[in-house]
Design a binder for this molecule. Structure first.
Ligand SMILES: NC(=O)c1ccc[n+]([C@@H]2O[C@H](COP(=O)([O-])OP(=O)(O)OC[C@H]3O[C@@H](n4cnc5c(N)ncnc54)[C@H](O)[C@@H]3O)[C@@H](O)[C@H]2O)c1
Length: 250
C-alpha cells in the first residue's frame, strides 16, 4: 500500500519511520510547510520530500496521512480526495466545523473515497461508536500540563461543548471532535483541566439505555511534542494496518 504523509512533526515522523520498515507498505512522499523539517526526515529515511502540496499529490499514493494541523485539513482535504487518494485525519478538530465536515463527507461519497479518523489519543471509541444511538451524554475530562494548554495557572481552563473545545484548543482537544463525530457533537460535554501530570489523561464517561462506559487513558507524551500522546501515533499505524488487512479487529 502506497502512503504519503503531510506533517513531519512528532506523529508524522514516527509513522514515517514505521512505514519505512513495514512489510507491504511503501512511504512514497512527505510534505511539510516547514521545509527544513521535511528535508531532515527526507534525509534520514531517503524519501522524496515534496516542496508544494500539489507536487506531493501528483505522486501515486493510496492514502495520505494528515499529521499536521487543522489548517492543513481545511486547505488540503478536498485536494487529496480529488487527486484520488483516501485520507487519514489526525487534526479532527477541523471537522467540528459542520459546513466543512458536510462538504468533505459529500465529496468523499461522490468520489467514492474514504476518510479515516483514527482513535487517536482515545481508547474505546469503537464501543462509544457502537452505542451511538443509545447514548444520552458523553463526558470527556482531559488533564494536561498547563504549558501544554498554553496557560500558566492550574485549574479548569475549559468547560463546554465539543465544538467549542476543538475550536479553542486545536492542538489539544482533537479527541473532543472525534467523540463528537462518533456520537453527535450535541451529546459531548468537555472539561479541560491544567494540572501537573506525568501523562496526558483522558477520562470518558458515556451513559444511556445500553448501560455505562467508563474509560481512563493515561497517555505517555511524545518526546518531540508533549501535547501529543504516543498512543495517537500508534493509532495511525493501527488504522493503516486495518485498511490493508483482511481481518479487522475493533
Ligand atoms: N486525533 C487525536 O487524538 C490527536 C492526538 C494527537 C495529536 N493530534 C493532532 O495531530 C496533528 C499532528 O500532531 P503532532 O504532535 O505530530 O504535531 P507537531 O507539531 O509535532 O507536527 C506538526 C507538523 O505539521 C506541520 N504543519 C502544520 N501545518 C501544516 C500545513 N498546513 N501544511 C503542511 N505541514 C504543516 C508543522 O510544520 C509540523 O512539522 C496536530 O494537529 C495534533 O493536534 C491529534
Amino acid at each position: 500500500m502506497k502512503v504519503g504523509i503531510v506533517g513531519c512533526g512528532a506523529i508524522g515522523s514516527f509513522v514515517a519511520r514505521w512505514l519505512s520498515k513495514a512489510n507491504g507498505f511503501e512511504l512514497v512522499s512527505i510534505f511539510d510547510i516547514d521545509r527544513e523539517k521535511a528535508l531532515k526526515l527526507s534525509k534520514e529515511l531517503k524519501i522524496n520530500a515534496a516542496k508544494y502540496i500539489d507536487d506531493f499529490l501528483k505522486n501515486d499514493m493510496d492514502v495520505v496521512v494528515e499529521a499536521a494541523s487543522q489548517q492543513a485539513v481545511f486547505d488540503y482535504a478536498e485536494k487529496v480526495l480529488i487527486s484520488g487518494k483516501d485520507l487519514i485525519v489526525l487534526s479532527v478538530g477541523a471537522f467540528a466545523d459542520e459546513e466543512f465536515y458536510d462538504k468533505i463527507r459529500d465529496l468523499a461519497i461522490k468520489l467514492r473515497r474514504r476518510i479515516y479518523i483514527p482513535s487517536g489519543a482515545l481508547a474505546g471509541i469503537d464501543a462509544i461508536r457502537a452505542v451511538a444511538d443509545y447514548v444520552e451524554e458523553v463526558i470527556l475530562v482531559t488533564r494536561k500540563n498547563p504549558s501544554s494548554f498554553g496557560v500558566s495557572e492550574k485549574g479548569v481552563i475549559f468547560e463546554g461543548n465539543a465544538k467549542e473545545a476543538a475550536r479553542l484548543y486545536p492542538r489539544n482537544l482533537n479527541v473532543a471532535s472525534t467523540l463528537g463525530i462518533a456520537v453527535g457533537f450535541d451529546k459531548v460535554k468537555v472539561v479541560a483541566i491544567a494540572e501537573e501530570v506525568e501523562e496526558n489523561i483522558h477520562e470518558i464517561v458515556a451513559k444511556g439505555r445500553f448501560g455505562e462506559i467508563r474509560i481512563i487513558v493515561k497517555n505517555r507524551k511524545m518526546d518531540d511534542n508533549p501535547k501529543t500522546s504516543y498512543l495517537a501515533a500508534l493509532s495511525v499505524i493501527k488504522t493503516l494496518e486495518n485498511i490493508k488487512g483482511s481481518i479487522v479487529v475493533g
